[in-house]
Design a protein around this ligand. Structure first.
Ligand code: URA
Length: 432
């Protein structure tokens, strides 16, 4: 079999066979297929898509490229969550300890930043000492002791996804339904979870800009999960503006800590509780979503979710003092106010451009080997629908360079001040 023929078949719109998909996944993982041929195939898949059998085969080939965790000896229903990626989307970070504080086991295998979206692992690495590379024994030990873990696909979990994910990130082939579905589900099946809630984002800061694509992706994810006996469901949530008020690695950890202290922000809290409630019901700890929500709120109010976060950080080698003092994380040297150039209301805020602004500051990667600046990013004072008077601060740019005129130019285009704003709905629908 030749890689050239596989590229040619997909470029011409043919469905690939199981053998062809495995040849690609195994060969690329082993280093036998070069990046340039893998990139060409990914681009052909991006253009021509994959049918449901191909998507399933891709998932299984990536899953079988590595080991599967067997969590059968850990008591209880294991419940996980995964997002398709957004701007300011840090839900996983407070969610895992929050749900675990109810005695539910949350084995979370997460990813790094993709394109303009931040990555949960990158954010957690802003905490001094925090390691995401955990071997299987330690992974299980932490689940037994702490009840939750957020780690990468290390050990040998879905190594194919790890390599393909990094290549997609720098070849503009992220926003493809089969590639996202295969990437997420190979990791999630390998992590040994019993139940999974997927947060499928739609809107300007999501890979699926159109709601119908988000629905198709959600259906593909749920079908793959159910096909392997997992209790899987998806929430479609809005990404037409950043989630919460912080974009950037350390800044998003700080916001996650504030959320678990009961200090909001409202949209982040609402989505965290919405997804968390589904997880609590799936774990059999509550019989209704309302009951589950109340239980989660109580764990925020009494401080136990925040303490669980500290335990998780320390179990992974991180400095738990970050909970009391987030400034032990890298801090930007410059804080530049970005102000309204006219009065009105914030009519729109292109979330992808705000993500790109954070990337330009050094918070995201534009090549596979870029090093991140954990300190930089944006903190928002205003969101869509908020009134502003000329000169009011809309956001603060956290930078480690003097000239941020490129970022300011981008933001001026991305944030539109008008006379009125269309109201946004955070939770669009649930697909079970
Ligand atoms: N999250 C993943 O794990 N993979 C994707 O492709 C997109 C989001």
């Amino acid at each position: 079999m030749r890689m050239l023929d596989i590229i040619d078949a997909k470029r011409g719109g043919d469905a690939l066979s199981e053998e062809q998909i495995r040849f690609f996944v195994d060969g690329y993982t082993a280093g036998d297929i070069p990046d340039y041929q893998a990139s060409a195939l990914l681009m052909a898949i991006w253009f021509n898509g994959m049918n449901s059998e191909e998507t399933r085969e891709l998932t299984m080939a990536m899953l079988e490229s590595g080991d599967r965790l067997d969590l059968g000896d850990i008591p209880g229903i294991k419940v996980d969550k995964h997002s398709t990626g957004g701007v300011g989307d840090k839900v996983s970070i407070p969610l895992a300890p929050l749900v675990a504080s109810l005695g539910i086991v949350v084995p979370m295998i997460s990813g790094r930043g993709l394109g303009y979206t931040g990555g949960t692992l990158d954010k957690l690495e802003a905490i001094p000492g925090y390691t995401v590379e955990i071997e299987e024994d330690a992974f299980k030990e932490q689940l037994r002791n702490v009840g939750c873990i957020i780690a990468g696909t290390t050990g040998n979990i879905a190594p194919a996804d790890k390599k393909i994910y990094a290549l997609r990130d720098v070849t503009d082939t992220v926003d493809s339904i089969p590639l996202i579905a295969g990437s997420i589900m190979s990791k999630k099946i390998a992590s040994g979870t019993d139940a999974l809630v997927m947060d499928v984002k739609t809107g300007s800061g999501a890979f699926m800009k159109r709601e119908e694509d988000a629905i198709a992706l959600a259906e593909a994810l749920v079908a793959i999960g159910k096909g392997v006996g997992m209790n899987a469901m998806a929430v479609i949530s809005d990404m037409n503006q950043p989630l919460g008020k912080a974009i950037g690695n350390a800044l998003e950890i700080e916001e996650s800590i504030r959320l678990l202290r009961g200090e909001g922000p409202d949209d982040l809290l609402d989505l965290t509780l919405t997804i968390g409630s589904q997880m609590v019901v799936m774990a059999g700890k509550a019989t209704s979503l309302d009951e589950a929500r109340g239980m989660l709120e109580a764990k925020i109010s009494d401080g136990s979710a925040l303490e669980r976060f500290r335990m998780m950080i320390e179990a992974q080698g991180g400095d738990g003092r970050v909970i009391d003092d987030p400034t032990i994380m890298p801090q930007a040297s410059r804080h530049i106010e970005f102000v309204a150039d006219r009065s009105g209301v914030i009519a729109s805020m292109k979330a992808d451009d705000l993500g790109i602004a954070s990337m330009l500051l050094g918070g995201g990667r534009s090549t596979k080997d870029d090093r991140l600046d954990y300190a930089v990013g944006l903190t928002l004072d205003r969101k869509i629908g908020d009134p502003v008077t000329q000169g009011d601060r809309i956001l603060t740019i956290h930078a480690n360079r003097d000239d941020v005129s490129d970022v300011e130019r981008l933001l001026r285009e991305a944030i539109v001040i008008g006379d009125h704003a269309e109201p946004l709905t955070l939770i669009h629908r649930v697909i079970a």
